[in-house]
Design a protein. Structure first.
Length: 246
């Protein structure tokens, strides 16, 4: 006996807008609640309104198609917030993209305000999710300046891990780059990222972090990209990160 055909899976309209690279999920939810989204000519205000893929979706009167994927690498300066808008009026990474004529791009992971270095942005949400998903273990490499003189026991403890606030924190790899009179630079690799992971790990071990620079994501290096500068990834670079996330 022939089985009945399966119906296409339905997703909320806000999620569909985000996956098509039109805007962020939160922006899509806001636009929907404000009555700016139409499905087959009818205004919908529920962000979870089901979409199977055959519907015609409009946002602000324009038809919504899947956006051309854009992949950007940025050297985020210290003191800049990774956010589309900041309630406290602080400068954000989007100010560095102003006037470039780019479509909406979402950050691929985060760097806190005090951290700097390589940040990826893209409107390809599946690609971004593959890099940030803890299950894919895409490594992120950092150069970290700490106050004090960590020794081999410190490096070993970083690999073994600590518990902070009931949460396990460890490094995938750690090595000494150089020493100064009062500070030292370490190279630290994480294959998972928790909130303020390295700062918390080093604090438990008795070291304050003065600078934290992300120098690579997977096999993609920050290279000689200047502070506050950005560039498009090559097709090969974007593809390599996609493969690395499998």
């Amino acid at each position: 006996m022939r089985r009945p055909a399966r119906s296409a899976p339905a997703f909320g309209v806000a999620r569909v807008l985000s996956k098509r690279g039109v805007c962020s999920r939160s922006q899509a939810e806001k636009a929907t609640r404000e009555g700016r989204v139409r499905v087959d000519g009818r205004v919908v205000r529920d962000p979870e309104f089901p979409i199977t893929g055959t519907e015609h979706i409009e946002l602000d009167g324009g038809g919504v198609e899947t956006a051309t994927p854009v992949y950007v690498a940025m050297n985020k300066p210290r003191g800049i917030v990774v956010s589309a808008a900041d309630e406290r009026g602080r400068d954000t990474v989007y100010g560095l993209l102003e006037g470039a004529g780019l479509p909406w791009l979402g950050p691929v992971g985060r760097l806190d305000k005090a951290s700097e270095g390589l940040l990826l942005l893209s409107n390809d949400t599946a690609w971004s999710a593959g890099i940030t998903d803890p299950a894919t273990h895409v490594p992120k490499t950092y150069h970290v300046q700490v106050v004090g003189q960590p020794d081999e026991a410190t490096l070993s403890a970083m690999l073994t891990g600590v518990i902070d606030g009931g949460e396990p924190l460890r490094a995938g790899a750690a090595s000494l780059l150089r020493r100064g009179e009062k500070t030292a630079w370490l190279e630290v690799t994480l294959d998972e990222g928790r909130n303020r992971h390295i700062r918390r790990l080093m604090s438990v071990l008795g070291f304050d972090v003065q600078r934290l620079v992300r120098v690579a994501i997977g096999d993609l290096p920050l290279g000689d990209l200047g502070k506050g500068q950005w560039r498009h990834l090559t097709g090969a670079e974007a593809a390599a990160l996609r493969l690395g996330a499998r």
